[in-house]
Design a protein around this ligand. Structure first.
Ligand SMILES: Cc1cc2nc3c(=O)[nH]c(=O)nc-3n(C[C@H](O)[C@H](O)[C@H](O)COP(=O)(O)OP(=O)(O)OC[C@H]3O[C@@H](n4cnc5c(N)ncnc54)[C@H](O)[C@@H]3O)c2cc1C
Length: 540
């Protein structure tokens, strides 16, 4: 007999909502969270400068209209402490705490085929039996520290941005080396440069960044935002990115240079990446169209960075804009005009090792007192494959995904009955406003579980055929765009040895939702329901 209907692994935006949703559906549920607090991304990433890059109006739950009326965001792009406060408010408001167990890492989930239940093992030595597992482990939670020879000999302190000390750090008077110039590196660099005696930014790939134009939200704006939520959320649900973006509806290639400049300048001045990338219909499809916006951003970098040689090194050329996550910062490029900031080009002279006093590249030694790794995550699949998940017939998830992750709708894996992934590989996930995508996935999973239970089924599983068709569709859509042109974490390129598979679904949040709704309306097409006696309904 199962202890619980549902075990939820993780208590970030996804796990918190999963607890609320399962409980509201009358199911018994318990979430296990490795951290000492809830919040996931917003608990762990407490580095200076951490803030969201989707506006607070969108980057917040929409499942309860009362909640969005009660909570008031202070900034357009809130910083990490405010998002974390919000998530704790949600847990208080819905009294979720009794069903969340902190400081507990799930180490293994093993399917018992005869009892049709999961045994969930945790690092406190306990085990729980659950009918269903909801993996809310996060797309960006399994931290990645590059294997730099000699790091263990380094005399100073080193930090990964996603495990920042909660008591903070003081870099005053220190020489600091920053490795990694993606979204996080670009956020933290100006903060370090403001305190440190010297900041060395080790750059392998120059990345595009657009201004946030972050600011406080006025009282009048708050009133308008709250009144407009119903319409705004409805538009977001139908949109491509999970955020309503008004584009011109035209191809960039059909525009005159003057019209292009006008559009890009207006959107650059307004701030935010999504409005710029959403301005023309073909920016993420045609390299020629993409070059128009890439040239515009490179021009802004040349305008900002006084040293032309430095501006050249900071100008991205290796990939189309948007094919990697488009970074947002109001002060990253201008920071390079500060006399205490040095850019180290490790593309032409790679890092070879760390030594007690600093970092050695192929051509020089850099003496530093502290090292900061903004080197990201084993994205999308990493947190899942770090758990020993054993499904039907003793097959491990690691083995099943040896050639790359595969999941039907990004939500279920063939051979792993009664296990569901929130924003898994093959769903819009990291290419969308993730809070909206999380809500949609959790609701789909909740409805599928209640459907299976009311049908008297003991298990529900994605079929291999439906999975293969979906994965082929995900690939077809991706390879019709520029997304796979970048060596990015979207394809696992940041993790040595990881199979290169383009994981997010680029077909859009609205179309993806419609597909999930159609699957549900057709009696969960692509899933097999099995009764205790073994009778199977196959919906495909
Ligand atoms: C710095 C940063 C900024 C971001 N900004 C944005 C943004 O502006 N907009 C946007 O859409 N997205 C953003 N993201 C993506 C962000 O991860 C998601 O928006 C969202 O917070 C994910 O929520 P989640 O619950 O799915 O995962 P997470 O928040 O990552 O939570 C997963 C939780 O699962 C726990 N866990 C994992 N494995 C186990 C285990 N085996 N046992 C127990 N617990 C486990 C982890 O400790 C973690 O707390 C950002 C990510 C980062 C890193």
């Amino acid at each position: 007999m199962a202890d619980l209907d549902v075990v939820v692994v993780g208590a970030g935006f996804a796990g918190i909502y999963a607890v609320q949703a399962m409980r509201s559906a009358g199911l018994t549920v318990r979430a296990f969270e490795a951290g000492s607090g809830i919040g996931g991304t917003w608990f762990w990433n407490c580095y200076p400068g951490a803030r969201c890059d989707v506006e607070s109006t969108d980057y917040s739950y929409s499942f309860d209209p009362a909640l969005e009326q009660e909570w008031t965001w202070s900034e357009r792009y809130p910083a990490q402490p405010e998002v974390l406060r919000y998530l704790n408010y949600v847990a208080d408001r819905y009294q979720l705490w009794p069903d969340i167990q902190l400081n507990t890492r799930v180490t293994a989930c093993v399917w018992d085929a005869s009892r049709r239940e999961w045994t969930v093992l945790t690092d406190d030595g306990e085990s729980r039996i659950a009918r269903f597992c909801v993996m809310a482990t996060g797309c960006l939670s399994a931290q990645h520290v590059p294997a730099i020879p000699g790091l263990e000999t380094f005399r100073g302190e080193w930090f990964h941005t996603s495990r920042w000390p909660r008591e903070g750090t003081d870099f005053a008077g220190q020489r600091v080396g920053l490795i990694g110039t993606g979204s996080t590196g670009i956020q933290i660099a100006p903060e370090i440069a403001a305190d440190a005696e010297r900041l060395y930014v080790f750059q392998r790939t120059a990345n595009f960044a657009v201004p946030n134009r972050n600011r406080r939200i006025t009282a009048d704006e708050v009133t308008a935002i709250k009144a407009g939520y119903p319409v705004h959320r409805a538009m977001a649900r139908e949109s491509m990115l999970g955020v309503p973006v008004t584009g011109t509806g035209r191809s960039a290639l059909s525009e005159s240079p003057e019209a292009l400049r006008k559009t890009y300048t207006e959107r650059w001045e307004a701030g935010g990446g999504m409005p710029l990338l959403g301005s023309y219909t073909d920016l993420l499809i045609s390299r020629e169209a993409n070059d128009t916006v890439a040239d515009f951003i490179r021009e802004r970098i040349r305008e900002t960075v006084r040293d032309p040689g430095l501006a050249r090194l900071l100008s991205p050329r290796a990939y189309p804009v948007g094919a990697k996550r488009l970074c947002q910062s109001d002060d990253y490029f201008a920071m390079f005009n500060q006399p205490n900031v040095t850019l180290v080009d490790v593309r032409s002279s790679p890092v070879v090792s760390a030594y007690p006093g600093g970092v050695r590249t192929a051509t020089a030694d850099y003496e530093v007192d502290a090292l900061v790794f903004a080197t990201g995550f084993d994205a999308v699949s990493g947190a899942l494959t770090r758990i020993a998940v054993i499904g039907a017939n003793g097959v491990s998830l690691r083995g099943a995904w040896a050639a790359g992750p595969r999941a039907y709708l990004g939500v279920a894996v063939a051979g792993f009955p009664n296990m569901f992934l929130v924003t898994g590989p093959g769903s819009p996930s990291v290419l969308s406003n993730m809070v909206l995508s999380i809500e949609q996935h959790v609701e789909f999973i909740r409805d599928l579980i209640t459907h299976a239970l009311s049908a008297g089924a003991s298990s529900v599983e994605a079929t291999g055929r439906a999975t293969a068709d979906w994965v082929a569709h995900v690939n077809d859509v991706a390879y019709a765009t520029l997304f796979p042109c970048a060596e990015s974490w979207y394809v696992g390129a940041n993790i040595p040895g990881k199979p290169r598979v383009f994981t997010p679904y680029v077909g859009g949040v609205g179309p993806y939702r419609s597909r999930c709704d159609a699957v549900a309306a057709a009696g969960y097409e692509g899933f097999t329901l099995t009764t205790v006696g073994g009778l199977r309904w196959l919906f495909r």
